[in-house]
Write a protein that binds this ligand. Structure first.
Ligand SMILES: *Cc1c(COP(=O)(O)O)cnc(C)c1O
Length: 395
């Protein structure tokens, strides 16, 4: 009996790839909001490789920028200047805090850099603790797993690196209580992603900003998932009219070309001095060209406003739908970062959606996560809504 292409690929995985994931299908091609599996079936991609392909799969402008840079100069290390890095840093200053950036290759690395920056800054005064939130997610390296306020990420890897204290998200008193004379900063996601699409309460996050200023400690934002236009603003915290002292980015920054960034306000832009932090691949010309092109697409195509509009419409339609289903508790999120909250495990629902041609993701057990591309078309939203409706009803 001959195997399907997917079965062939799965067999190789079973034999040679460590089983840290449990994929269901093999994807071979993407274009805009759509992807195709190895058997040629088409899907609407409403998860974007987890908030990565924010301008859609294989956007021609991004593909061309990467192709050109790859064929011109692919890598030089940070012992030399490269123009794409300089231009990307300038661009990031323009959308964010106006200061400087450090480049690395992933979200976890960007958060490692964020934590190291806060520690180095606090070091002369003996401040090193970082207060993080329960149900947060900051990555899978040892330090970022320790920063993550979910024990399931940490179990089995003990002893975890020290210096992290945990507070309740959206509970200002709890953050205040976690701050000690040794605290260097408070780390927060404006919208918790892995935690179940939970937006920060405006009073809470503004209160945390004030608390940090009053205690002369850093407010650190993890923008890895909620940044890059996902919430209808460049950065999640911009929905609250607050400024952190430093923040991390990754996921959607390079449209799939791995890149992470740490951005700081001018006051914290020169904490790292030569020799204090480094990355071989960080800020490489191809990754930076990809990020630059991605940011240009977001600007030229007005995707921040589009994401806000499409998100508002999708959320409203989902809320109407939710009202008709006892097992749907509600809809959460901002822009195109949305979660359908159920009273039961979400996985059987996301599985059925996939079978009907819509890729979503179960998160925090009972939440269906939706992260469509910022340039998702109205008719693609309609199609997705139809599939979601079918699948919620079939229960
Ligand atoms: C995905 C994610 C990370 C980790 O990013 P990696 O690139 O997987 O290391 C960190 N923080 C948040 C908020 C994330 O969503």
């Amino acid at each position: 009996m001959t195997m399907t292409k997917t079965e062939e690929i799965r067999k190789l995985y079973d034999e040679y790839v460590m089983p840290t994931y449990a994929p269901g299908m093999a994807l071979v091609k993407g274009e805009g909001s759509r992807v195709w599996d190895a058997e040629g079936n088409e899907y609407l991609d409403f998860i974007c490789g987890i908030a990565v392909t924010n301008v859609g799969h294989c956007h021609p402008k991004v593909v061309e920028a990467v192709r050109q840079q790859l064929a011109t100069l692919s890598h030089v290390s940070n012992l030399y200047y490269n123009e794409p890095q300089a231009k990307l840093a300038e661009k990031l200053a323009g959308i964010g805090l106006g200061g400087k950036s450090f480049f690395c290759n992933s979200g976890a690395e960007a958060n490692e850099a964020l934590i190291k920056l806060a520690r180095l800054w606090g070091n002369p005064e003996g401040k090193y603790e970082i207060v993080t939130m329960k149900s947060s997610f900051h990555g899978r390296t040892l330090a970022t797993a320790a920063a993550t306020g979910q024990t399931k990420i940490q179990v089995g890897f003990e002893p975890m690196p020290e210096g992290f204290r945990y507070a309740e998200f959206n509970d200002l008193d709890s953050v205040e209580a976690a701050i000690t004379p040794k605290t260097a900063g408070v780390l927060i996601e404006a919208v918790q992603g892995e935690g179940g699409i939970i937006p920060a309460d405006p009073v809470f996050i503004r209160g945390v900003r004030e608390l940090c200023s009053r205690n002369q400690i850093m407010l650190l934002c993890d923008e890895v998932q909620c940044g890059m236009g996902r919430t209808g603003k460049w950065l999640g915290f911009q929905n609250y009219d607050i400024s952190p002292d430093s923040y991390s980015m990754a996921k959607g920054l390079g449209s799939g070309y791995p890149i992470g960034a740490l951005c700081a306000s001018p006051s914290f832009s020169d904490v790292f001095q030569p020799g204090k932090h480094a990355s071989t691949f960080g800020g490489g010309p191809v990754a930076c060209a990809s990020a630059l092109a991605t940011m240009e697409v977001i600007e030229e195509e007005g995707l921040l406003d589009k994401a806000a509009l499409s998100g508002a419409r999708l959320k409203k339609e989902l809320e109407c739908m939710a009202a008709g289903h006892d097992h749907v508790l509600g809809v959460r999120g901002t822009g195109l970062m949305l979660g359908i909250v159920l009273d039961r495990p979400a996985k059987p629902f996301t599985q059925r959606m996939m079978e009907q041609g819509l890729i979503t993701l179960a998160t925090a057990e009972k939440v269906i996560r939706l992260l469509p591309p910022l340039n998702v078309l109205d008719r693609e939203i309609d199609k997705a809504l139809e599939i979601i409706r079918n699948c919620l009803e079939e229960n």
